[in-house]
Design a protein around this ligand. Structure first.
Ligand SMILES: Nc1nc2c(ncn2[C@@H]2O[C@H](COP(=O)(O)OP(=O)(O)OP(=O)(O)O)[C@@H](O)[C@H]2O)c(=O)[nH]1
Ligand SMILES: [Mg+2]
Ligand SMILES: [Zn+2]
Length: 385
């Protein structure tokens, strides 16, 4: 039997079985519970949940994580949650721990505490390399449909940074939207928007000023019921302010930017999921000081599709667009079709990925050497005894 049909049969069987058992074991869980649907639940997660085949468990979504402490939301209530020892034991890297946005299976204990037994497979995940020298993946948000890349139209505005964000977002599986906030501080917002349009072909670019209450509705139009949108961008660009405006309440803390350089003060310190009154789910994130790519080959080619298309006409297949004869990319720069900074940034991001790859390879080689050392030691030990 092919696997899809197999899955469907198993799914139906599980639904049938769960209909009989639902009231006994699952605490009234319905797979089409409207509350669950409003939280982003769909057949993708339902299928994986049913495969667990464990009547003690119920689905929940991770709404906040802060240094290993989790809050999860079930259909109606929120709980503090710990992770089961099994998750910790089996984890090989950070990505094996729950992240905000994850759907998890929990074993409810009492009203105040529950235990996360299992993380359901992620439909999308927005990742970056953790800050610092460590070579590890950090999940910024899981299971998001849209990612709003927020910039402000003051000294923070930087096309190269937006390109970097878009590379990460394309890799996540979610759809990017660029938000240019604080139009009230900029004389020619339309020109900035068209500059962004030229480096982000096909991506919606929205202008807004939360201060002047302009443009917030157009942001809301990109967040439908049951969909999850994450807000990312430097500190101080107004992510929390925008979410407060969507909420119609000042529930998230915001703080003025520094006067000397327009930078924010890292006001938001943990990732947090918020449910909007009219439906729709948003995730606020802390402004990132460092944004390094993580496994972003595909994202890089998506974010720089224009360069890839031009490169097809280069004379040499492996053209480095660096003085080679017959280079179509450099010709496009000469003709003003392509900005030279964009090509430079593409090169820089590529180099960053290659550096990470080499580092990962040498880490792998080191681990392998370590493994053989242990094996040899064990063998010597055996011979001696
Ligand atoms: N002039 C102007 N200021 C704004 C606008 N939107 C937000 N701000 C201000 O920008 C400052 C920073 O806003 P926050 O919402 O705290 O920024 P953030 O992106 O959440 O920052 P972090 O939490 O540090 O990552 C606050 O003082 C806001 O009032 C706007 O449209 N125009
Ligand atoms: Mg904030
Ligand atoms: Zn070339």
């Amino acid at each position: 039997m092919n696997s899809l049909a197999d899955k469907t049969v198993r799914f139906e069987r599980a639904v049938r079985r769960s209909e009989e058992e639902i009231h006994v074991h699952l605490n009234g869980l319905q797979l089409k519970d409207p509350h669950l649907l409003d939280m982003g639940w769909n057949s993708f997660f339902a299928n994986h949940f049913l495969e667990l085949d464990d009547p003690r468990l119920v689905p929940a979504r991770v709404v906040e994580e802060s240094r290993g402490i989790y809050r999860v939301r079930r259909a109606r209530e929120e709980y503090a949650a710990k992770i089961a020892g099994k998750i910790r034991y089996l984890a090989q890297a950070r990505k094996d721990f729950p992240a905000v946005g994850d759907w998890v299976a929990i074993a409810p204990h009492d009203e105040s505490q529950s235990r996360i037994e299992c993380i359901l497979p992620r439909k999308t995940k927005l990742s970056r390399k953790v800050a610092g020298r460590e070579l590890n993946e950090q999940i910024v948000a899981a299971n998001v449909d849209n990612v709003f890349v927020v910039s402000s139209l003051n000294r923070e505005f930087n096309l190269r940074r937006i390109e970097r964000y878009l590379t990460l977002v394309w890799d996540s599986g979610a759809a990017p939207v660029v938000l240019l906030n604080k139009t009230d501080l900029c004389a020619d917002a339309a020109a900035q928007a068209s500059a962004v349009g030229s480096i982000a072909p096909g991506i919606p670019v929205l202008l807004l000023s939360v201060l002047q209450e302009a443009g917030v509705e157009s942001v809301r139009n990109h967040i439908s019921r049951g969909q999850t949108a994450a807000f990312v961008g430097s500190s101080g660009v107004g992510k929390s302010t925008i979410i407060n405006a969507l909420l119609g309440a000042t529930s998230l803390r915001v703080q003025p930017v520094r006067e000397d350089d327009d930078r924010g003060r890292h006001t938001t310190t943990s990732r947090q999921m918020i449910f909007l009154p009219g439906g729709g789910i948003v995730i606020d994130t802390p402004g990132m000081r460092e944004l390094q790519l993580w496994d972003s080959e595909e994202g890089l080619s998506r974010a720089f599709e224009d360069i890839a298309a031009l490169a097809e006409n280069c004379k040499f297949r492996d053209c480095g667009h660096n003085g080679e004869p017959g280079c179509a990319v450099e010709a496009a720069i000469q003709e003003g079709q392509l900005g030279s900074e964009r090509l430079e940034n593409h090169r820089k991001l590529q180099a960053e990925l290659r550096f990470q790859q080499r580092k990962a390879d040498s880490e792998l080689a080191r681990q392998e050497k370590e493994r053989w050392k242990k094996i040899h030691k064990a063998m010597r030990h055996k011979h001696r005894n």
